[in-house]
Structures are given as C-alpha cells and as structure tokens.
Design a protein around this ligand. Structure first.
Ligand SMILES: Nc1ncnc2c1ncn2[C@@H]1O[C@H](COP(=O)(O)OP(=O)(O)OP(=O)(O)O)[C@@H](O)[C@H]1O
Ligand SMILES: [Mg+2]
Length: 497
C-alpha cells in the first residue's frame, strides 16, 4: 500500500520549485525486496559540502539544494513529496564466508527521480537489516566516502556518486565517541551481487527471476537479443556483469586504488565502485599492500583484487544458476572476465605509458617496470605523473630522482626508449590525462577529517575542488600532490565507520 509521507518540504526542481517526479523503480519489485520506513531524524544538521556535478546529474536546482528544506531532506528529517523511502534486503559473502542476510542496515533509499537516478541516504538510521548496528555513519568515514565518490568519477572510474555531506553533533560510539553524518548517494541502481545471492540462498527462485529481469530490462537490455550462450539472457547478464567488473578492476589497478572490503555485498551489479570504507590509494608501490586494518590475511590486498572480483563473480554465477540452468553456460559467461581483465589492464597501463598501439614485448616491459618500482616502493601517483610530464616532452631527471638504484631504473628507461613509439605523439600528450596529479591519499583525507572534527570544513572543500579536476595542475597546490608524510604509514583504517 502506498502511504503518504507526513511532511513534504518544498521539493527540488530545475527551476527551484517544480516538484521532481519520483518513479516507481526498484520499489516496483514488491515487498519481498525491501521494507518501507522513514529515515531517523538527525538533530541540528549542517550541510558540510555538496557536489555540483552530482547536482547537475539529478537536475535539482542549486538554490533549492542550499535551502533549509533541502537540508531537512538530506538529513533524513523530512521526506519529499512522492518519495516512499525503503531499505533493501541482500545477503553476501564476507571475507570469503557466507554471512547470510545483511541488507541496507544504515542506507535508506528515497527513490528514483525523473533523471533515472536513485537517491539514497547513508547513515540515516536503523532499519530491519541493521543487526547490531546503530544505523549511523560517522563524520570521519562519511567525509572519505563523499570525497572519494566524486574523486573516482572525476578519474573516469565508474562509481556511486555523492551529492551531499551533512553533519550533526549527534554522538556515535565507535572506538571513541564521534559525531554522525549522512552522505546522499546517487546511482542508477544500488543493486549488488548480494541481492541475487539473497534470493538464491533462500530458494526464492521467482523473486530471483524477477530481480534478474528487472536488471536486464533496465540496465542490460541487449541480453535479450544476445544469441551467444544459447540465447540464455541470464547467462548473457552474467557475461555483461563480468565484463563490466573486469573493466572496473583494470581501472582500480591502474590508478592504484585498493577497495579494502570486496565482499559480495559490496559488488555492484552495474560494475560501479560501491562502499567507500577502508579504501586507500597506493602511496609507495607495494603489490601486496593491505589497506584494511581488519584484513589480517590480506584477502583484499591490492594485487589480490582482480582474482577476488572473479571469485565474487563466481558467487554471482552460483546465485544465477537456477535461471541459467546449465553449468557450461555459466562458465562460458564467466570466461570473459579472464579475457577482458588482462586486455583492459594492459590498455590502461599503455595509456599511462603514453602508448596508443600495443607491440610485442609490451607485457614484459610493463612487468619489468612494476618490478623496478616495487623493489623501491616508488610512489605510485608521483611516479606516473612525472612519467606523464616526461612523455609530454619533459626531462627524465624528476623520474631519476625517485630511485636510489638508478641502474635498474635507467636500464628500464633505455628499453622503453628503444621501443617504437613513432605513431604515439598524441598518446604522449594524452598521458597527462591518464595519470592524475591528485588522488585522495589517506593523509590528505585525515587532515581534512581532523579539521572537520573541530568544525573547520575548509579542508573538505579544498580537497573536493582538487579531486573534481585531478588531472589539472592546480598551481600553488603542490602540497596536495606531494609525498605522504612519515606519519601517513601509521594511519590505520579499519571497517569501523
Ligand atoms: N552502523 C551500522 N548500522 C547498521 N548496519 C550497519 C552499520 N554498519 C554496517 N552495517 C551493515 O553491515 C553490513 C556490511 O557493512 P558494510 O560496511 O559493507 O556496508 P556499509 O558501509 O554500511 O554500506 P554500503 O555497502 O551501503 O556502502 C551491511 O548490511 C551494512 O548495512
Ligand atoms: Mg557495504
């Protein structure tokens, strides 16, 4: 039954006042997929930051976004007219182990707007899926999620987006008492592998089919006419998700992004980066780097991510088996991951090297570079940015200076210089667009967080400005593109958020 929300602030619109239309979207799947509920009010909210590109995506007016009505909505204190908020149910494998039912324990979906995007409040209070949790998110982790969502988008990496960050003095207990915040997330869909695992795990095959049909019809319509896989649309879906996931992993690896909690409930069915918890951009290049302090076994280490993604896709395949039917079809659909990931990774790395056309020997050349870099834990982002300047016609000295063992490095550079690059002049200049100057390093986030915890949000705003244009030089902002300070390696980011 459709209930009427009890309070309706003047609604956002292109002109500032026209009410947006909320489409049925995910809610049309029916009550087996979610629980309707309102967000828990957040006392004394403040709008800390908003993303202009995300606002444009929704086509909501800027005036409205800065209005008191908007703040009430973004804080979860009022529900907009036409929205019927809900929390979805999903399950998943956490750290390789079946965890059973999870669900949106602290994220509440306001609905899908006319722009085709879902709007979700993360940290908006308890839901039937909160288990032992308080339904809240702390300011610290919310700043990281807000900034990194928009940073990843600007880097050209598929991701859920963040429209706004709202803070509150409300206390939230973690290792210490912190304060609450809500991030307004935006995505075409927040459906995860875990949504499929949920219905498969319970033998609810009708709901499983309904969900798969919804995802195909909305996001992968080509699966209906795909003649590969014996015309099986569900195998085609698995194939399409495998390809998108492979492309995402290639981008993560190339930019040096470690997710930290690649549980199947944190894997988007659209191949988006989702759930910014203990993530980290590599500082010094350590292939086995573990960014999540809670990940004692290194299951989600940097160099493990591509294989973990395949493992997760295998879980998705198992969940889809009642629909796919034949095991060979599922295996054939998954196979594309093994083909697409290496191709996309090589292409991404060639772009970083400023090379348009692969030639024989490139894979070995790349491997040799990564070995030289790993041996000295060379800073990932700084190396690549300096390399981009070198490829755009600059001197090699700034690169040389990064290495103590210059013999190995020089040996590699000579090999690179011997490689034919004649037709790659344009690619060389484009290298500066393939190697960002600014990424959200842990210590940068930490500095902004510590200031924000004293009420100074300027660091958040400065970082947002840089990360929204990470390939630009931003003269005068060198400190944000510099090596991490010594204390950065002591920052411990865990699942606590
Ligand atoms: N403070 C909390 N209160 C209630 N539930 C929580 C809380 N923290 C995490 N959970 C729930 O625990 C499960 C795993 O949490 P995880 O850290 O992967 O997700 P999350 O950061 O809460 O959200 P998302 O994946 O939507 O970004 C999810 O079901 C999540 O909703
Ligand atoms: Mg999660």
């Amino acid at each position: 039954m459709r209930s009427q929300p009890s309070s309706s602030p003047s609604a956002p619109g292109v002109q500032g006042h026209a009410a947006p239309h909320w489409r049925e979207g995910f809610a049309g799947l029916g009550p087996a997929f979610y629980t309707r509920l309102r967000p828990t009010p957040l006392p004394s909210p403040t709008l800390i930051a908003a993303s202009e590109p995300a606002r444009q995506l929704l086509d909501w007016s800027r005036d409205w976004l800065e209005s008191p009505d908007a703040l009430e909505l973004l804080a979860g204190n009022a529900v907009p007219a036409g929205s019927e908020p809900l929390a979805t149910v999903y399950s998943g494998h956490q750290f390789g182990v079946w965890a059973g039912q999870l669900g949106d324990g602290r994220a509440i979906l306001l609905g899908e707007t006319d722009s085709g995007f879902e709007v979700q409040l993360k940290g908006a209070g308890r839901t039937p899926y909160s288990r032992m949790g308080d339904g809240r998110a702390v300011l610290r982790s919310s700043i990281r999620e807000f900034l990194c969502s928009e940073a990843m988008h600007a880097l050209g990496i598929p991701t859920t987006r963040a429209l706004a960050l709202v803070g509150s003095p409300a206390p939230v207990a973690r290792e210490t008492v912190e304060t609450a915040a809500v991030v307004t997330r935006v995505a075409p869909s927040f459906i995860r592998f875990g949504h499929f695992e949920h219905f498969a795990g319970r033998g609810q095959h009708e709901e499983l089919r309904q969900l798969a049909d919804f995802v195909i019809d909305r996001f992968y319509p080509g699966c209906r006419s795909d003649t590969r896989f014996g015309g099986n649309a569900y195998a085609s879906l698995l194939n399409a998700v495998s390809e998108r996931t492979a492309a995402l992993m290639a981008q993560w690896q190339a930019v040096g992004f470690c997710h930290g909690v690649m549980n199947t409930d944190n894997m988007s069915i659209l191949g988006l980066t989702i759930d910014y918890g203990p993530f980290q951009f590599l500082d010094g290049f350590d292939p086995g780097h573990i960014c999540n302090h809670s990940d004692s076994q290194g299951r989600y280490a940097y160099n493990a991510q591509p294989n973990v993604a395949y493992w997760n896709l295998f879980c998705l395949a198992q969940a889809l088996m009642p629909l796919i039917g034949e095991e060979e079809l599922a295996l054939a659909a998954l196979q594309s991951y093994r083909e697409v990931f290496p191709l996309r990774f090589e292409a991404a790395m060639l772009a970083k090297l400023g090379l348009a056309q692969p030639v024989a020997g490139d894979a070995a050349l790349l491997e040799a570079l990564l070995r030289v870099m790993a041996a000295e834990r060379i800073d990932w982002t700084i190396f690549w940015r300096r390399f981009a300047h070198y490829r755009a016609g600059g001197p090699a000295d700034p690169l040389d200076e990064l290495f103590v063992d210059r013999t190995s490095w020089r040996h590699w550079l000579s090999a690179f210089e011997r490689r034919p690059t004649g037709a790659d002049a344009a690619a060389a200049v484009a290298t500066l667009r393939a190697n960002p100057r600014f990424v959200l390093r842990n210590h940068l986030g930490q500095q902004a967080i510590e200031a924000a915890q004293t009420g100074d949000f300027s660091g958040v705003h400065t970082l947002l400005g840089l990360l929204e244009a990470p390939f630009d030089e931003h003269p005068g902002m060198d400190a944000y593109a510099d090596f991490p300070p010594d204390w950065a390696s002591a920052i411990e980011i865990s699942c606590s958020s």
